[in-house]
Design a protein around this ligand. Sequence first.
Ligand SMILES: *Cc1c(COP(=O)(O)O)cnc(C)c1O
Length: 488
Amino acid sequence: MQFIETRGNDGKKPSSVPFSEAILSPSASFGGLFVPSSIPDLDRDFLESHISSHYKALALDFLQNFGIDIETSVLQEALDRYDGFDDPSNPVPLSQIEDDCFVAELYHGPTRAFKDMALQPFGFVLSHLAQKRNENYLIMAATSGDTGPATLETFKNQKGVKVACLYPDGGTSDVQRLQMVTEDAPNLKVIGVEGNFDDTQNTLKELLASEEFKAELAQKNIKLSAANSVNFGRIIFQVIYHIHSYLELVRKESISMGEKIYLVVPSGNFGNALGAYYAKKAGLPIEKILISSNVNNILTDWINNGSYDLTTRDLMQTQSPAMDILKSSNIERIMFDKFGAERTKELMEELEAKGKYQLKSDELDNLRRDFDASFADDSECQTVVGEYAKKGYILEPHTATCIGAYKSLREKPLKTIIYSTAEWTKFSPAVSSALGHTVLGDIEALKWVSQNADVSVPDMINGLFDKPIIHNIVVDKKSIKEEMLNFL
Ligand SMILES: *Cc1c(COP(=O)(O)O)cnc(C)c1O
C-alpha cells in the first residue's frame, strides 16, 4: 500500500510513499496530508472470521490487510501496549445506556482519554522506525490537555524520539497538568507557556518556522515528526475500534451480523470520525456517522449546509476543551476521498486566502450520504450528565454532546454506538457541578463525585497528586526557543 497526497503532488516530493515514510515525515505537498491510495475491503467473511477474536488479533489482521511496510513482529509488539489497559482481554468495553444505545468506552488506557487508543501503538512503531534507520526525531506538541499526556506517556524512555510538549499554564485541568509535569524520562520536556492555548500553538508555529531553530536541529542531526492526527499513523489505529465495537454488538446479540447501526462521534480534529468513515467505506455496516460538537460548531455547519466559515467565529472556551477547535484538520482527508485532490487543494487554498469556502450542492449531498451533525452547549451537557448519573452512568462533557445527536438525528430505528472519548476523572469539576456540587479544584471534585455517584477513581489519577513535579518551568513566549535548545 502506497500513500498519496490530499492536495496532489508538487513534483519535488515522490509521487507516493510507503506507510513508514508517511508517518516519519507527515507533511505532504502544498501543505496537504497523506492518505492511503485505497482502503482494504472488509467483507462479511472478514467480520465473521473475527466474531470471537481478541482485539489485538482483529487489529493485526486489519493492519495486515492494509499492507503497510511494518513487520508483523513489530506490529504485534505495538499492539501489546493494549495489555496495559484496564481489561487486557477487552480494551474497549461497551456499556448499554438505553434499549438501543451503547457507549464504546475508549478511555481505559494510561491517560484516561481516547488518545491512548492510537498513540500507544503508534509511539512504539515510530520509535522502532527511528531506531532501525539510526535517526533521531523530535516531536513537538502544543496541547490543550489530552494529546500532551498521551504523547508523553507513549514515548517515555523510547529510543530515537524526543518529545517537547507545550501547554497553556492555567489552561488545563489539574489532572491534565499533573499528568504532564510529573512524567519523568530523559527524552521528555514539558514547558508551561504564559497565555491561552492559541498563544501556545502560535508559539510552536513560530518556533517551527524559525531559521535558527531549524539550523540547530540540522546541526544536531534531529528530524521533525508529528504525533497529532495529521499523522496517518494515528488514524490507522482509529479504524479498528469501530470494527471491534460493531462486533461487540453482534457478540451481545443486540444486532445480527450485517445489520446497520449509527455511530455518534464527539469531534474536534475529526480523527475519530475519519476512522469511522474509513471503516464504513471498507464495508462495515454503518447507516450514518453522526458528528457532535460543542458551541464551536463549525462542523455542524459544514455537514448541514456545506459552509466552512472561520470569518464569523471566535473560538469559545467550553467544558469540552478537546473539541474547542475551529480548524479541523482531518476533514481534508474526507474531501480528498469524495472530491479528489484538485478540488481539495482549491478549497483549502480558498480557506487560507478568504477564511471560508462553500461546498456545491452535489458535494454537500455526497457528504450527507455518510454524515449528519448537531451540537450541544455546556448547559445541555450539564443536564445530560445529571440525568444519566441518576440512572447510574457517569458521562463526561465531551461524550455528553453525543446524547442530543442520538436523540434528534436518527432517521431509522437502528442500534446506536456513542463513543466516549474521556473518563469523567479528567473533567471532574464539570461533572461534579452537573451533579449539583460546585467545587474549586480537581481533588475535591474527584472525591465528591466518587463518593456521591459511587464510582471509583483509578490509581493512576489518584497517584498524580503525590508524584514529584519534574517539569516546573513556566515561561513567556520569548524564552521558549532557549528552553528548547537547552533540552536538545
Ligand atoms: C481529542 C479529543 C476529542 C476530539 O477527537 P478528534 O479525533 O480530534 O475529533 C474528543 N474528546 C476528547 C476527550 C478528546 O481528547
